[in-house]
Design a protein around this ligand. Structure first.
Ligand SMILES: Nc1ncnc2c1ncn2[C@@H]1O[C@H](COP(=O)(O)OP(=O)(O)O)[C@@H](O)[C@H]1O
Ligand SMILES: [Mg+2]
Length: 656
């Protein structure tokens, strides 16, 4: 089977034509038994020579295309990456490739203009512009500027994650890695486990995965907060972007804020489940606890809490305003409320905003209240239903659940590697919401770490002591299908994380995914403009191609323009016709990498803009753990079967 793009009509016609000519010249004179006017051998040989030239050209292209098609996958042992990354901790290995320069853009342009063989087999055309591929290294600090990865399914996003995560863990002995996987890519979990093993930290791995609740740890996404309002923002931020500004969202925000304020005041740890309970069922026990705390603080006898918490009787009718229906309170709770109101009416200084807020929420018309929070309740219900309940709203008093409880701060403090897998959830909205709320927790921690740094810097060294700079924990966050979890906290995370020493890598398929999730192109551009590094794998989406290519600086390339003109003058002129043929050099502004070329990249090939101004074209390897030595001695064969050594990785040292 001849691969497409091998045969060109001109060459084929040439080959057949010269062969026919050679045969004709050799056969016709003898067939006609005519005396040749000239010796025919030189002409026959000439025609055969021309046919040979055409044949060689076709054959060479065919061989190249076959070789490219059959190119075995480039695999590299994971241990080799670990060893080399440890040896040169200031560099990040990105496979093999070269710096893409205007010269390459020009060569590519010329090859395309010359009609170089295109489709399927020859998508490696992009590589053909630079046959000398070398190990590709970039400054490891560039990762701190965050990275955006675009590529359609199967192009190498996960392989890039593998390379980044493995080298990151190898470079820093105390590195923290978080992988958020909203759509489910089993490879991501496996690669994190492999990277942990290869770097000697198999125990660092923790997993949150609703599909495997037994093997999963519990994660409290509301653990870290400085103000009650940040929890309200975190939860309402999960609602669809279109509704952010509407009255329902604002009402839900106020209601959650009041509940959380009261919880904080009463010393109750807010969780998704407890907030849902207060909004949906009953905020009375919380009100009783808050009043008990208030009375304790005022050294009054706590009269109501115990009974109110367990009480089912509802007696005293509280009217709130003229038009609203009455709200029934358990008598002791009603008495406590009455005491509170009486006391603060005489001593307004004793008024407690957290209690006032919760009181107004409790006294709200229940029918109107449930209507107003109808958008947030289904979300809270889905985040607390089934196995997700104990997983995301850990109950520390439940002795039967022995799974450890983690949160973003604990993951960082304990130097863990967390995999958050959400592919088991049938509802992608819920999966996205969990990813987003975990990122919000992380954004909070990033802010705290950033502020800690600022406080340290402000304090300065103590007299007589050497200034000991506080070492930031190296944190790498990889978010696959990032558009699924994008929200305001992610943007904050991108902004704060730089200062806190986080490196964030967002992988997605198209720009449109971000626009759809954020509600506008402008909001998407704000997010996409943040990361300093951009890695573009193959993408067929026009908008994404344009975005990626547009992120590279345009260059001016030179091309030869052939012109031909002819004119017939009127009979009144002296001359009757004129023609001109000209060739001129033309300089044009073209993208360093044209958008449509991104559609030509083979799997695992990429073009990247690296923070600091470099543009590189590279190929990613697939990492593998060598199989244990077998008696047959074929221990070198990896799980992928066919394999080659790692030519892209230098044998020693990291010099480029
Ligand atoms: N285990 C494997 N065996 C063989 N090929 C693989 C394996 N994993 C990945 N690949 C190759 O790497 C390419 C990129 O895969 P991947 O990084 O998972 O893509 P993405 O994450 O962008 O969907 C695939 O198209 C496939 O050709
Ligand atoms: Mg993937």
């Amino acid at each position: 089977m001849i691969p497409p793009g091998v045969l060109r009509a001109g060459e084929l016609v040439g080959l057949c034509g010269w062969l026919s000519a050679a045969v004709a010249m050799a056969w016709i004179p003898s067939a006609l038994q005519a005396t040749p006017v000239a010796p025919s051998q030189p002409f026959v040989l000439g025609a055969l020579g021309m046919a040979l030239l055409n044949g060689v050209s076709i054959g060479r292209r065919w061989r190249t295309c076959r070789r490219l098609q059959d190119a075995p996958q480039w695999t590299v042992p994971v241990a080799q990456v670990v060893e080399r990354s440890r040896r040169a901790p200031d560099r990040q290995w990105l496979g093999r490739g070269f710096d893409w320069t205007p010269e390459h853009a020009q060569r590519m342009q010329r090859m395309l203009q010359a009609g170089a063989p295109m489709p399927a087999a020859c998508t490696r055309l992009v590589d053909a512009v630079e046959p000398r591929s070398r190990p590709l290294f970039v400054d490891a600090r560039a990762l701190g500027s965050h990275t955006l990865v675009f590529g359609q399914t199967g192009t190498g996003k996960t392989r890039l994650a593998e390379l980044l995560v493995t080298s990151f863990l190898a470079r820093h002995a105390d590195a923290v890695v978080l992988i958020i996987d909203p759509k489910g890519d089993r490879d991501l979990q496996a690669l994190l486990a492999r990277a942990c093993r290869a770097t000697g930290r198999p125990d660092a791995l923790v997993m949150v995965h609703p599909a495997f609740p037994d093997r999963s740890v519990r994660f409290d996404p509301l653990r870290n907060f400085t103000r009650a309002s940040s929890i309200a923002t975190r939860i309402t931020g999960l609602l669809p972007a279109a509704g952010q500004g509407d009255a329902f969202v604002q009402f839900a925000w106020r209601a959650i804020n009041r509940v959380v304020e009261a919880m904080v005041y009463a010393g109750v740890r807010p969780s998704l489940a407890s907030i849902r309970r207060c909004l949906e069922d009953d905020a009375h026990p919380l009100l009783a606890k808050a009043l008990e705390a208030w009375e304790k603080a005022r050294r009054m006898a706590p009269a109501c809490a115990r009974q109110a918490a367990g009480g089912t009787r509802r007696g005293d009718r509280f009217t709130h305003g003229r038009t609203r229906p009455a709200v029934l309170l358990e008598p002791r709770l009603a008495a406590a409320v009455a005491r509170y109101r009486e006391r603060v009416s005489t001593e307004p200084a004793l008024r407690e905003p957290a209690i006032d807020g919760l009181l107004s929420l409790v006294m709200h018309d229940p029918v109107h209240f449930s209507k107003m929070i109808q958008n947030v309740l289904p979300l809270l219900a889905s985040l607390t239903a089934g196995t997700l309940g104990p997983l995301l709203s850990p109950d520390l008093s439940d002795a039967s659940d022995r799974r450890p409880v983690f949160d973003a701060r604990k993951v960082i403090d304990q130097r863990r590697c967390l995999y958050l897998g959400l592919d088991a959830l049938t509802d992608p909205v819920v999966a996205g919401a969990i990813g987003a709320i975990v990122l919000a927790d992380l954004a909070q921690v990033a802010g705290e770490l950033f502020n800690d740094d600022d406080a340290d810097a402000g304090a300065g060294p103590e007299p007589g002591l050497d200034p000991a700079p506080r070492r930031r924990v190296p944190v790498l966050v990889f978010v696959d299908e990032a558009a699924e979890v994008v929200n305001a906290p992610l943007l904050q995370l991108l902004n704060k994380a730089r200062g806190a020493g986080f490196s964030i890598c967002l992988a997605a398929q198209t720009v449109h995914d971000f626009e759809a999730k954020l509600g506008s192109a402008a909001a998407a551009r704000m997010l996409l403009g943040n990361p300093g590094n951009l890695v573009a794998l193959r993408t067929a989406d026009l908008e994404t191609q344009r975005f990626c290519a547009g992120s590279l600086a345009p260059v001016s390339v030179e091309s030869l323009v052939h012109s031909r003109s002819s004119a017939i003058r009127s009979a009144f002129d002296d001359g009757d016709a004129a023609s001109a043929i000209g060739v001129r050099r033309d300089r044009r502004e073209v993208p360093l990498f044209a958008p449509e070329w991104l559609g030509l990249l083979p799997d695992l090939h990429y073009v990247a803009r690296i923070a600091g101004g470099r543009t590189v074209k590279g190929e990613l390897p697939r990492l593998h753990e060598p199989v244990q030595r077998r008696p047959s001695g074929d221990a070198g064969a990896g799980p992928g079967g066919r394999m080659r050594s790692a030519p892209g990785l230098p044998r020693a040292g990291f010099a480029r």
